[in-house]
Design a protein around this ligand. Structure first.
Ligand SMILES: Cc1cc2nc3c(=O)[nH]c(=O)nc-3n(C[C@H](O)[C@H](O)[C@H](O)COP(=O)(O)OP(=O)(O)OC[C@H]3O[C@@H](n4cnc5c(N)ncnc54)[C@H](O)[C@@H]3O)c2cc1C
Length: 372
């Protein structure tokens, strides 16, 4: 039978909510994760799984510390999760080759080199076209150069989400089904979450509802300015040898994953909460893929997936205690980087609850910044 009270209730069983439960459990704090579908059934289970703290919204800048902490935690989880659960999360180091087709793209990438080179654990080099083709002869003859980065990694996001969920459960967390529709409070203190007609009493609540986080604005009377940004991925059976690195251009990427398929993405679509794959997205991803690697014209589509990213209006995460409430925390808005950032967002939230403090600067992520 579902429990009627909990120390901490986490709303949302994506990577952010599950990571919060995992790090709370490690700190000896029991939590209940309430998920209305199933763990990792949205973006956290269907992302590409690329891990790099060297690029993305707010990098370099306010997101850098969170991204570097995320990378450090992923390296740890690569060993600890298989030991704790027996699940192979398919984490592996994965070099990336980001192609430039124009002088503007080349100089844009080169402008980032000086700070990227200073990051510990990474090797970043600009390659001319011949050097790039010596690493991957199948890239387009039209590419004029590429940024080559060693030190990044990738992971299978669904396996990662499930492994973290299993590990958290083994340490005392509970995952239950339910659609949270509101919060109860006494004065400024949260006292319960409402799940349909039922109330689950609690001392603390973490709202980790991904792109649906905006729904909590009405419960909190605080604007959580997060909207869905749709993205799609193709899985293809490709001719020839597996790719040994991730090939990228602009916001597109492709590599051979451990399942033997070539995963290629992506799109950025304002389509509300729609998560259905479309033929327009398939054609646009194929066009970008062929621009990068023309020989993939013979690749065969095996699967197409679509999901939605949680994107805030300034592109930064929304993370930390909620103004005007005691015991309520929000953890969302990771956009295109949620698999990388998720473990760190979970650790930060767990630290705020268990220790009252965090070693990662989060002022820039305060939900209060969206006040009119
Ligand atoms: C195509 C694509 C590729 C991507 N590739 C990468 C990548 O390579 N690297 C990277 O770092 N990131 C990537 N991302 C981004 C990443 O997937 C997301 O940022 C991340 O998964 C968001 O995690 P989340 O836990 O915040 O949200 P979600 O995974 O959406 O989880 C939120 C959960 O909350 C639940 N929920 C919502 N409301 C309620 C409620 N009222 N009651 C109960 N449950 C509720 C939902 O059912 C859902 O399961 C990609 C995203 C897309 C779309």
């Amino acid at each position: 039978m579902a429990s009627t009270s909990a120390d901490v209730v986490i709303v949302g069983g994506g990577i952010v909510g599950i990571a919060t439960a995992y790090y709370l459990a490690k700190a000896g704090v029991r939590s209940v994760v309430v998920e209305r579908d199933s763990v990792g059934s949205h973006a956290s289970g269907f992302a590409y799984g690329g891990l790099s703290p060297l690029a993305g919204a707010g990098i370099p800048g306010p997101v850098s510390a969170l991204a570097e902490d995320g990378m450090r935690l992923h390296r740890e989880l690569a060993t600890s999760l298989p030991e704790e659960t027996g699940v192979n999360t398919e984490y592996r180091l994965r070099p990336s080759l980001s192609l430039a087709f124009t002088e503007a793209e080349a100089s844009g990438a080169q402008a980032e080199l000086s700070w990227q080179r200073e990051r510990d654990g990474f090797s970043v080099r600009w390659l001319d076209a011949a050097e790039a083709r010596s690493l991957e002869p199948r890239i387009s003859e039209k590419a004029i150069g590429a940024l080559y980065v060693e030190g990044g990694a990738d992971v299978e996001p669904y396996r990662l989400s499930l492994a973290m969920a299993q590990a958290a459960e083994k340490l005392g967390a509970t995952i239950r089904h339910g659609d949270v529709t509101g919060l109860q409070r006494r004065g400024s203190r949260v006292t319960a979450v409402v799940i349909g007609g039922e109330e689950l009493a609690c001392d603390r609540v973490v709202l980790a509802m991904g792109p649906w986080s905006g729904a909590a604005s009405a419960w909190l009377r605080v604007e959580i300015d997060v909207r869905p940004l749709k993205g799609q991925i193709l899985r293809l059976r490709a001719p020839g040898a597996p790719f040994q690195c991730s090939i990228g251009w602009a916001k597109n990427y492709a590599t051979t994953k451990p399942d033997g398929l070539l995963w290629a993405g992506t799109t950025e679509e304002d389509a509300g909460f729609d998560e259905t794959p479309t033929s327009e997205a398939r054609d646009s991803i194929m066009a970008s893929l062929l621009k990068m690697v023309p020989s993939l014209i013979d690749a065969r589509l095996v699967q197409q997936t679509a999901c939605i990213r949680p994107l805030s209006s300034d592109g930064l995460p929304v993370l930390g205690p909620v103004d005007g409430w005691e015991g309520v925390y929000v953890a969302t808005g990771a956009g295109r980087k949620g698999i990388l950032l998720g473990p760190s967002m979970g650790r930060v939230t767990a630290d705020l609850i268990a220790k009252g403090t965090t070693d990662i600067p989060i002022d820039a992520f305060d939900a209060a910044r969206f006040k009119a």
